[in-house]
Design a protein around this ligand. Structure first.
Ligand SMILES: Cc1ncc(C[n+]2csc(CCOP(=O)(O)OP(=O)(O)O)c2C)c(N)n1
Ligand SMILES: [Mg+2]
Length: 440
């Protein structure tokens, strides 16, 4: 026989009042003895590690997850020389990181201007978050499959997505792997193991848990890496994904880009806990919070998380703290809801200048090379954009394909209706922009 440590209702109410009482000493927790001895040797199946206590206490943790950082905003390592990460000596890797981070930023600026000029319908930028993309992507291998949200273009660029491919997607040309069916910046690449972006928030998170399960079953040394924002972590799919990955012991990396906002909703209105990291232990998932503006810390965290995920076949949660310096998208004006000066403050601790300080100090980079990089990137972007503008849109033959292996009767009827309509009213449309039909 074992006995539950019973709590008389009156005692329980008194304890609750003690916790809720404003200004009560200790404020957030209360403890009292129930006088019932703990039963020894009993572990309920749902919480086998829990030991009995006669101390009544609502657990309400007040301590925040620490933030792993290796390099501060001044570009100086925060650790002793012999504690520096191995990549600090890897000139080639760091220069590639720096170039891809710059490519992301310069491409964003270029495309944001083109959107304002009406050349492209929509754009999203990732100013200030470049280290979360590149630091994490560099720690993965090509076998690791990526499920991103929408603001992670640097991950794709790191993997080798070309500016031509970027432009083909944004301008919906026939060269686009997605056949022009997605909004701009909703990239995907089969060759680069990067699943196509889905707009509905959190779609990709359970997909990654499932992909990780498949990887585990295949015996491959690879992880499924999923990126998502602080706002997406409020979706039910986030919780389902973490629980599936934890219980099925899947090598999934859950990488949260906490950039302070979900469009106009600041994080302080999004949750009451300690960021997203605090949720990991609740699912039994090893978790780390990192300074997302420190590319060294991000790299190190993801590299180690990857090893842990593969060796122990379990998921890891990484919360990378950063700040969305730009607007949410080209449809947003964040000056309407953000205080003046907030962006400038964060620009001062942004990741690109931080890495630049280090590589310049090591004599691996110079201001002249910065200028050359910017000029050549701009020229490459212009060339890629002109090529995309000169290219045809995908053929109308493709409008109905690919969702089903064979067209359903409804789709067959719709396609026939479209062709009848265009035969009659085709002159009202600029059909010359589309690649020709191969159908009779
Ligand atoms: C299910 C769903 N609800 C709402 C939206 C509209 N929406 C698009 S992005 C976004 C904010 C997401 O914020 P966060 O996850 O923090 O990512 P961030 O944009 O900050 O990178 C919202 C609410 C959506 N796309 N999908
Ligand atoms: Mg966000």
């Amino acid at each position: 026989m074992f006995r539950l440590p019973a709590l008389a209702p009156a005692v329980a109410r008194a304890a609750l009042r003690a916790v809720a009482a404003p200004g009560a000493a200790g404020a957030r927790t209360a403890a009292l003895s129930t006088g019932v001895p703990p039963a020894a040797g009993v572990g309920y199946p749902g919480a086998e590690e829990a030991s009995f206590t006669t101390e009544f206490e609502f657990v309400d943790p007040e301590t925040a997850f620490p933030m792993f950082q290796l390099m501060g905003p001044d570009g100086k390592f925060a650790v002793a020389d012999d504690q520096r990460p191995a990549i600090a000596e890897d000139k080639e890797l760091l220069l590639k990181m720096y170039k891809v981070m710059n490519t992301t930023q310069i491409m964003d600026t270029f495309m944001a201007k083109k959107q304002r000029q009406g050349a492209v319908s929509f754009i999203m930028t990732s100013y200030g978050e470049e280290a979360t993309h590149v630091g994490s992507a560099a720690a993965l291998t090509g076998d690791d499959v990526v499920y991103a949200q929408y603001r992670e273009s640097g991950v794709l660029l790191w993997r080798g997505f070309s500016l031509d491919e970027t432009m083909a997607q944004c301008f919906s040309t026939q060269a686009d792997g997605g056949k022009g069916r997605q909004m701009p910046v909703h990239y995907g690449s089969k060759a680069l193991n990067f699943q196509t972006i889905s707009s509905p928030l959190a779609t990709q998170i359970p997909q990654a848990a499932g992909a990780a399960y498949a990887l585990k079953r295949s015996g491959k040394d690879a992880v499924a890496m999923t990126y998502f924002g602080d706002g997406a972590a409020s979706e039910g799919d986030f919780h389902a994904a973490l629980n599936f990955a934890a219980t099925l012991e899947c090598p999934a990396l859950f990488f949260c880009r906490n950039n302070g906002y979900a469009i106009s909703t600041p994080t302080k209105e999004q949750y009451r806990g300690d960021g997203i990291a605090s949720r990991g232990p609740g699912y039994g998932i090893p978790t780390i919070r990192v300074d997302g503006n420190d590319v060294f810390a991000v790299y190190e965290a993801v590299a180690r998380a990857r090893t842990l995920a593969i060796e122990e076949s379990r998921p890891v949660l990484i919360e990378a703290m950063s700040f969305r310096i730009g607007d949410h998208s080209s449809s947003d004006d964040s000056s309407r809801y953000r205080p003046d000066g907030e962006r400038d403050k964060w620009a001062q601790v942004a990741p690109i200048p931080r890495l630049r300080s280090y590589i310049v100090e090591r004599g691996w980079w110079s201001d002249d090379e910065d200028k050359e990089l910017q000029d050549s990137l701009f020229a490459d972007l212009m060339t890629a954009m002109r090529k995309a503008l000169a290219d045809k849109k995908p053929s109308l033959d493709e409008v109905f394909t690919d969702v089903y292996d064979e067209l359903t009767p409804d789709l067959v009827a719709q396609e026939a209706e479209l062709r009848v309509h265009l035969a009659k009213h085709g002159d009202k449309y600029d059909l010359g922009v589309f690649a020709p039909s191969t159908k009779a």
